[in-house]
Write a protein that binds this ligand. Structure first.
Ligand SMILES: Cc1ncc(COP(=O)(O)O)c(C=O)c1O
Length: 412
């Protein structure tokens, strides 16, 4: 384990250190849950105030034009598009990730109409699988093939009957990272299209959406993009698909001329066809502040620091918490994981509650995962060591055994 002086030297030399001041972070707390909900950018609160007090309260309906509300979906989409390496006009912000998965998978199915199979990860984020079940309820001929842990791999399940592969770049529990270009190429080799779930990678690592030849992508903006609780998600579609792309939530915002109020649907020729209806403007306004910060940061530097922070955490936890039953559940090699680290422990839930009470906020994922996210824009190296010190103290004293830490809350 590196000594404290070496850790402080890393913070002193950190090119991203200046970004921390752009966020509101409660004093004394170490926030290791930015992979679930990013903290509030200071500018987001100003933006919310302006949007509510000036644009909504005073501007009223005029603000759709005068405050450019109507184009926020496209303008914010363009910003996220640059962060995920999409070409211009390929990304739009709207709805939730779950809804965008529905639209993107349906669009991909419609582009591959003669194939009856969807492949997905059996242990992927449940909403991905739930939405696929919903799609199958509309099309009972569909077969959903799941790559289960210990069973055949995703790649093995691909064949010429597969229409769509739905896959995460970074696994929400273990943090294991997939190679977007390689997986996309494997799917294309059998004629399948790919929908990438980028929830755990957008904003924290470079994603070469266009360069990798990916077809569709979705993701949230409330994690590493710091867009705010329930902030709208994004959906990207490769330009090559725009001409033939169809999705069934054909609401008026996806119409080529929404204000013509024509009785028949004539979809927008570009990415706006992925829109459905009116979007939450206050949330979009708050989200803009997070994106402004994200695009000022050099993503290569963000990724390099993310690897260093997660390495330091693994090294410190395995040293300082040795003998207390923690087992690493993330890839050991930094290049093979996202910006999070998971440890298994049979008493993971109460340990995490005790840790949160001690001011280190991570989360718990059933059945036994303590999950820690490392957002390089507001975390330092000394924070990581301090977080592990507090975890070691909880394990050594057995404080997590107190009854108050055993009670399960609705959100874990
Ligand atoms: C990988 C992944 N996909 C999808 C979602 C769900 O997104 P939403 O609830 O915003 O639809 C999450 C939420 O944490 C997620 O981690």
């Amino acid at each position: 384990m590196r000594d404290l002086e070496a850790v402080r030297a890393l913070d002193a030399a950190d090119p991203l250190a200046g970004f921390r001041d752009r966020f509101i972070l409660p004093a004394g707390e170490i926030y290791l849950d930015g992979n679930s909900l990013g903290p509030a950018p200071k500018a987001a609160l100003d933006a919310l105030r302006t949007a509510a007090e000036a644009e909504w309260a005073q501007g009223l309906i005029r603000s759709w034009n005068e405050a450019d509300w109507f184009t926020l979906t496209d303008r914010l989409g363009a910003r996220i598009g640059r962060l995920i390496g999409a070409a211009e006009g390929e990304t739009v912000v709207c709805d939730s990730t779950s809804i965008n998965i529905f639209k993107a998978v349906q669009a991909a199915l419609a582009l591959n109409p003669d194939r009856p199979v969807i492949v997905a990860e059996g242990d992927g984020f449940p909403t991905d699988l739930y939405i696929l079940e919903g799609i199958r309820s509309l099309r009972p001929d569909l077969e959903i093939r799941r790559a289960e842990a210990g069973g055949p791999t995703l790649e093995y399940l691909l064949d010429d009957r597969v229409a769509v592969l739905l896959v995460n770049q970074v696994d929400y529990r273990s943090g294991a990272r997939r190679d977007v270009a390689a997986v996309t190429a494997a799917a294309h080799a059998v004629g399948a299209l790919v929908v990438w779930d980028l929830c755990h990678s957008a904003g924290v690592m470079p994603v070469d959406f266009a360069g990798s030849g990916a077809d569709f992508a979705v993701g949230c903006s409330y994690k590493y993009l710091n867009g705010g609780p329930g902030a709208p998600a994004f959906v990207a579609a490769a330009t090559k698909h725009h001409g033939r792309m169809r999705q069934p939530l054909s609401g008026w915002w996806g119409h080529a001329a929404p204000f013509a109020f024509a009785p028949d649907y004539d979809g927008d020729p570009g990415i706006r066809r992925m829109l459905c209806g009116t979007q939450p403007i206050l949330s979009l306004r708050a989200m803009e502040a997070g994106l402004e910060i994200a695009e000022e940061a050099d993503l290569a530097a963000v990724r390099a620091k993310s690897e260093a922070l997660t390495d330091l955490f693994v090294e410190a936890a395995e040293t300082l918490c040795a003998g207390h039953g923690l087992t690493l559940a993330s890839p050991r090699v930094a290049a093979e994981r996202g910006s999070q680290v998971a440890f298994r422990h049979a008493d993971g839930y109460p340990i995490m509650q005790a840790l949160i009470a001690a001011g280190v906020i991570g989360d718990f994922r059933s059945p036994d995962i303590l999950r820690f996210g490392f957002a390089p824009l507001y975390l330092g190296y000394a924070d990581v060591v301090e977080a592990v010190d507090r975890l070691a103290d909880i394990l050594e004293t057995g404080r997590w055994k107190e009854p108050r830490f055993q009670k399960r809350a609705a959100v874990t």
